[in-house]
Design a protein around this ligand. Structure first.
Ligand code: SF4
Length: 454
């Protein structure tokens, strides 16, 4: 993917699509999840999957603990200062891994292990070591298995980074969000630029293969000028990857979000401008713009995968490594096994209770029917490869294909002989282009909810 400066987008166009991206998300999306999908159904799905002895695995572990609550937080996490509670969580996590591997006997190669939360690096050194060794004992990690972890810079130390590297984590993502002190005060997350620089350069010196920063646009008190400073500072540091997510205030995801005053939020149009500026800054600084809201240096594995048409999107984001089974562990963890999307109980107590009864702690699931599989494949292709081959839409998404083609006069798509391509201008509205179509919209919203509800 070229890192050339993208086309300027007219204000008219930004205004038109801004209406589709509200700053305040008052209605939770509908999802196709079935609450009736539970332990027995997951056990059956694992038993069916067990017949494929050569299948590869990706592992996702959710660590739902933080020392304090950021006001914008929509994650499944619990605030605690009791370390023994985390020890107990690890005990139960080990039980969950044992239950799953009993159903999936034999050794399958693990392509990736990702720790997220919550704050995985809230675990102390002994707990981080124990968790990693627990995974190594239950699964076959290879020398080139991609081990990654999300870290809160405020909980990071040089010693902890040394330990993570020694344990085999090569990829680390820091939650930076915004560097402006006023914005940080408004979201209840104070972390100085000196701190961010310090943890970044320490991780660089230690030798992590890939360092990522997460940013958020649409936060209270964020303006074009303040966010521009954040963008330029981050671009100067040159992390390997940057994710730039949009914040939508949603009090249904946590009453603490009431503390964010809607009047301090950028308008829908301002949000479009903030993201537009992020694209300009990062593409000018040598980053490839991957699909929706991710950027990677041209040399990064994800950028190379996109250039070669190998980029995929899993439950937890863009990836160049596609496994047959995606196993989630921990409260609220998501997974994907044999055509089923699965999510564990989000409550730590309910998750633990089911495991203590030797039952899989599944909270809900969904089996993709053939049309949904077709939609999913088409949307993944659109957000990874920025095109939709007509053959992929044939028979199941023909109406949606025509609706997408109707954006050609706006300059958002180009119609080729056998496919539609998203133009540079269309890339800014990729999410909208998918969500213009009801059939896509429902599934797209579900996918995003699926990815972020952990
Ligand atoms: S945003 Fe992250 S660090 Fe902050 S409370 Fe939520 S999970 Fe914890």
């Amino acid at each position: 993917m070229s890192s050339a400066m993208p086309a300027e987008i007219s204000r008219d166009m930004l205004e038109r699509f801004a209406e589709l991206s509200p700053a305040v998300d008052q209605v939770e999306p509908e999802t196709p999840w079935w609450d009736s999908f539970g332990s027995d159904e997951y056990a059956a799905a694992l038993s069916t999957a067990a017949q494929g002895v050569d299948e590869t695995l990706s592992l996702y572990i959710h660590v739902p603990f933080c020392p304090g609550r950021c006001l914008y937080c929509g994650c499944n996490t619990t605030i605690t200062h009791d370390s023994s509670r985390i020890d107990r969580y690890l005990d139960v996590l080990d039980r969950e891994m044992a239950l799953v591997t009993e159903r999936l006997p034999g050794e399958r190669d693990v392509l990736s292990l990702h720790l997220a939360g919550g704050t995985p690096n809230y675990l102390n050194d002994a707990q981080l070591t124990r968790l990693t060794e627990m995974v190594e004992r239950r699964f076959r990690l290879l020398p080139d298995t991609d081990l990654s972890i999300e870290c809160d810079p405020r909980r990071t130390s040089a010693g902890q980074l040394d330990l993570l590297y020694a344990l085999g984590y090569q990829r680390i993502t820091f939650g930076v969000q915004d560097l402006d002190p006023g914005v940080q005060r408004a979201i209840g997350r104070i972390q100085s630029l000196d701190l961010i620089r310090d943890v970044y350069w320490t991780a660089r010196e230690i030798g992590f293969d890939s360092i990522g920063f997460d940013l958020i646009f649409g936060l209270p008190h964020q303006t074009e000028a303040t966010f521009q400073r954040t963008l330029e500072t981050v671009a100067e540091l040159q992390p390997d990857r940057v994710a730039c997510f949009g914040y939508s205030r949603s009090t249904t995801r946590g009453s603490h979000q009431h503390a964010i005053d809607v009047h301090q939020l950028p308008s829908a149009l301002e949000r479009q401008v903030l993201f537009h500026n992020a694209v300009k800054v990062f593409t000018a600084a040598g980053y490839a713009w991957l699909g929706l809201d991710n950027f990677a240096l041209d040399t990064d594995e994800l950028a190379v995968a996109q250039q070669e048409g190998r980029l995929h999107r899993s439950c937890i984001g863009y990836t160049a490594r596609v496994s047959d089974l995606f196993l989630g562990f921990g409260a609220g963890a998501v997974g994907e096994v044999g055509g089923y999307c699965v999510q564990n109980q989000t409550s730590v107590a309910r998750w633990q209770e089911q495991l203590e009864q030797d039952r899989f702690p599944v909270g809900r699931g969904h089996c993709l029917n053939s049309t949904e599989q077709c939609r999913r494949q088409a949307i993944e292709h659109l957000i990874c490869n920025l095109e939709l081959p007509a053959s992929m839409a044939a028979g199941c998404l023909e109406e949606e294909y025509k609706r997408l083609a109707s954006f050609a006069p706006d300059g958002l798509v180009e119609i080729g002989d056998d496919r539609l391509r998203i133009t540079t201008a269309g890339r800014f509205f990729l999410r909208n282009l998918c969500s213009e179509h009801d059939a896509y919209f429902n599934w797209d919203r579900a996918r995003w909810h699926f990815a972020r509800s952990s």
